[in-house]
Design a protein around this ligand. Structure first.
Ligand code: AHR
Length: 502
């Protein structure tokens, strides 16, 4: 089939905030222990961090990292994770039915982040704890010295404050599974009180209030309205979380997951703007899409459950989804959705980073490798610079069970006026046929295709595994430049493609 795409640097959606390329590290499964930290591993540095993992995380191009949870944070006592390691308590983590040794805490994680050149986005526990403990953590982390907790940080080996800028006010407080789950009213009041207190201590921080755990929660919409009606003046972002999976062999609907993400973002924006109107406010609340990915949640519910009063393993294998090419195509499309809304989605975190629903996998004592989803993240993070551009797309449609009639293609472009570089990201959802796309880029003047990388496979379910670590990856594809300056690219069936123009 054929499609036509027009791009123009004047069709600006908004500037791309680097925080869109954030990720998420939770004390869950083997993300931290036997993931980024494995003291006995041949590649471990003097602090026990795997340098092979550090190299892959750097290649992935991650900006901020949300930490330490997730559901974990709602039972976490931050004081456990600082101070002399041998005195740190072992605690039961109720969220994942595991033992937390606290070997890695705030100081160690900040040190790891400095090695990958990323910034910390810290979540506080508003499930089983409250305003005072959040204030204590902020004092410990951001106050230069002269107070009990800042001096304790200094005594623990860190003279300079951590200077943590973005703080999350709890995690998924709308979810009945969350320790300390609250109603929108109760959470809204607690979040507002905590936000005001934190800002009294450090006015420079940015705050994220919890939105819905998914657009399919029964309270979705009313949760956002109620929570923002309490916190509108106190916070900067409202969070969105979304996970997608193929259900019942319906690949067509799964490939269109970004249609749902687009709708989710637009609905939360509308709700936030409704509260803005009611309050007659001049302030705009943006979105922190701080958990997004493909995740086979139904598999987790059936297989990974740990139970028993005497069974609290350390770093068990949990949520270790192995991703296919089709998963990575959907994943790349979710990144397109984030970019298409770059005016309002100004922060995002891929959940998660290592081993746990992650682009990077490791084996203890063994290799670290890239999952299929690594490639669209790394290339988008590398190429999407400057402004996000809306594109005009004329493409055939197809019928889906989940979302009705949807476009066979999705695309977004980015343009960096400083370097003159443009990037186009495209997804072909057609399962059987390639799509020939003619790109009208005449408004860019004389540009060449510098690179065209595509992720596809004869088998859309092909994966990288421990046994076959480089089975899938991106490949260069050919493009043609017409006499009129148009660019023609043929997108393979079920594919994600990045073009770099300059
Ligand atoms: O990312 C895995 C889990 O998904 C997180 O702990 C939680 O916030 C969400 O439900």
């Amino acid at each position: 089939s054929k499609a036509h795409l027009t791009l123009d640097p004047a069709f600006v959606v908004g500037p791309i905030n680097r925080n869109l390329f954030g990720s998420f590290v939770e004390h869950l499964g083997r993300c931290v222990y036997d993931g980024l930290y494995e003291p006995g591993h041949p590649s471990a540095d003097e602090e026990g961090f795997r340098t092979d993992v550090i190299e892959l995380v750097k290649e992935l191009g991650v900006s901020t990292v949300r930490y330490p949870g997730g559901n974990f944070v709602s039972g976490f006592r931050w004081e456990d994770s600082v101070g002399p390691r041998e005195q740190r308590p072992r605690r039961l983590d109720l969220a994942w039915h595991s033992t937390e040794t606290n070997e890695i805490g705030l100081h160690e994680f900040a040190s790891w982040l400095s090695k990958i050149n990323s910034e910390l986005m810290l979540a506080v526990n508003l499930g089983t704890r409250g305003t005072l403990e959040a204030l204590d953590l902020l004092e410990y982390a951001n106050i230069p010295g002269g107070s009990a907790l800042s001096e304790q940080r200094i005594a623990n080996g860190r003279t300079d404050p951590f200077g943590i800028k973005i703080w999350c006010l709890g995690n998924e407080m709308d979810g009945p599974w969350q320790l300390g789950h609250r109603s929108a009213e109760d959470y809204g009041k607690l979040a507002s009180q905590t936000a005001k207190a934190l800002r009294q201590l450090d006015p420079s921080i940015e705050l994220v209030v919890c939105g819905s755990s998914s657009a399919h929660m029964p309270t979705f919409g009313s949760w956002e309205r109620e929570v923002l009606s309490h916190t509108y003046d106190d916070v900067d972002y409202i969070s969105c979380h979304a996970y997608y999976q193929e259900r019942d062999g319906d690949l067509g609907s799964f490939l269109a997951s970004a249609v749902d993400m687009d709708h989710f973002i637009e609905t939360v924006v509308a709700t936030a703007d409704h509260v803005k109107a009611v309050r007659n406010s001049k302030k705009t609340i943006n979105i922190s899409f701080d958990e997004w990915n493909v995740w086979y949640i139904s598999r987790y519910q059936d297989v990974d459950k740990i139970e028993g009063l005497d069974n609290w393993p350390v770093a068990p294998r949990l949520l270790e989804d192995v991703y296919s090419v089709a998963d990575a195509v959907v994943f790349g499309n979710l990144m397109i959705s984030l970019l298409k809304h770059a005016d309002r989605v100004t922060s995002a975190s891929l959940a998660q980073l290592i081993n746990v629903i992650a682009p990077i996998m490791t084996e203890p004592g063994g290799p670290a490798w890239r999952q299929s989803t690594f490639f669209p993240f790394a290339l988008t993070s590398q190429l999407a610079r400057g402004n996000a551009l809306e594109v005009k797309l004329d493409a055939p449609t197809y019928a889906t069970e989940a979302y009705g009639e949807v476009s066979q293609l999705d695309a977004v472009a980015t343009h960096d006026a400083e370097t003159g570089r443009t990037a186009v990201f495209l997804v072909n959802r057609n399962q059987s046929e390639p799509t020939e796309v003619t790109i009208d880029a005449r408004t860019l003047g004389a540009v060449r295709v510098l690179d065209a990388q595509s992720l596809s496979d004869n088998d859309p379910y092909a994966k990288n595994t421990a046994a076959e670590q480089e089975r899938v990856g991106t490949k260069s594809i050919d493009t043609l430049t017409g006499d009129d300056g148009s660019i023609v690219v043929t997108l393979p069936p079920v594919s994600w493609t990045a073009l770099s123009l300059g």
